[in-house]
Structures are given as structure tokens and as C-alpha cells.
Design a protein around this ligand. Sequence first.
Ligand code: SF4
Length: 202
Amino acid sequence: MSSYNEEQAVTLEIIRQYFSGPGDRKQALLEIIRPYLEFRKRTDLFLEEHFADLCTAKCYQSNLSACCSKEGIVAFFADAAVNAAVSSEQSLDRITSVTSRPNTGMKCVFLTPEGCLWKVKPIVCQMFLCAAAEKQVFGGNPDLQEEWNRLEAEKKTFTWPDKPVLFDELEKIFMDQGYQSPLMYCHNSPGLMMVKKKAGLL
Ligand code: SF4
């Protein structure tokens, strides 16, 4: 198993362990992430309306799937926690299954013939637009570009830890229960720690 797959597998395992603890922890987490899920829904609608046809024709029908062609994408601990909270046990079993064997292809380990295994995919994937698609959709349409910029800015209110944000909070919830994951970048990435320090949060 590659170190990437191992990190993903370990992270999902501890999230599932946490959910199996006392009380309805999954439901409690769903309450906390509700505003984020609402943001993701609005982003989905924007992408569906303005990019789906183009991406389907350019990438999926040609099997290029350029957005998913990296062997391992950056996923935060919070990405995995959010996805686990909204997914069935069977869906999570499939993720565990693909991460527990070597990735022999050149595409993302989570990409299957039916699409991505994540119900709520990592935020890096959600917000990625290739240059060609951006040019075609936003070119000559500053209002649409502005709408996308607002979604980008809103994303940072959940992810960028220069103030208390959901992605940092989710890591802390699990850390307070004794769980550690290499994907807890808000607590172990020197760059993000510096962001928090500069903002006076440490
Ligand atoms: S996690 Fe899903 S959306 Fe992201 S690169 Fe992998 S297959 Fe594509």
C-alpha cells in the first residue's frame, strides 16, 4: 500500500471509530457541517449549470478525466470527515477497499468507472476548474466570473484558518477524543500553522 493510500485508509478508519463511540456522534457532526453542506450544494448547482455539459463532452466522454488524473489528490481531514458523515457504510467500505490495495493506474485512486467514490468530494476537487474550461465559460462573462469568485471567497471561510474555521474545528473535535491523522493539516502543516500564528490564533 502506498503512503498516500495508507494515510487515507487510516484517516477513514479513525473517523469510523469515532462515529461508533457513545451518543449519536454522526448526527452531531452533521449539525455542525450543515452550513458547509449548504455551500457545497450551491457550488454543485453553479458547476452543474455552467460547466457540466462542457466537462462531460471534453473530459468524461473522452475518458480524459483530467481533473482526476493525479494519482493522489490533497484531501484534508475535514474532507474525509464530511464525506464519512454523509455516506453509507457500504460507500465507506468501497473507499476502504480501494485504499487498501496498490493503485496501478495513473488516475486518482478514488475514480471508478461509475465516477468518484466520494459523495462529497474533497474541496480541492470541487473548486478545480481547468484553464480551458474557465476561459470558455467565464470569457466575456464577468458576472459569472464574479459569482465564482464569491464562491471561492466563501470556501475560504470554511477552510482557511486565519480565523476559526470549520476545517480546523473538525480536526480539533477528533483530536480532543485522542485521534490523530496525518491529514490534519490545520494542526500539522507548517504553512497553515504559520497562518494561524500570524492571525493570533496560536
Ligand atoms: S477524489 Fe474524486 S473528484 Fe477528486 S480527483 Fe479523485 S476521483 Fe476525482
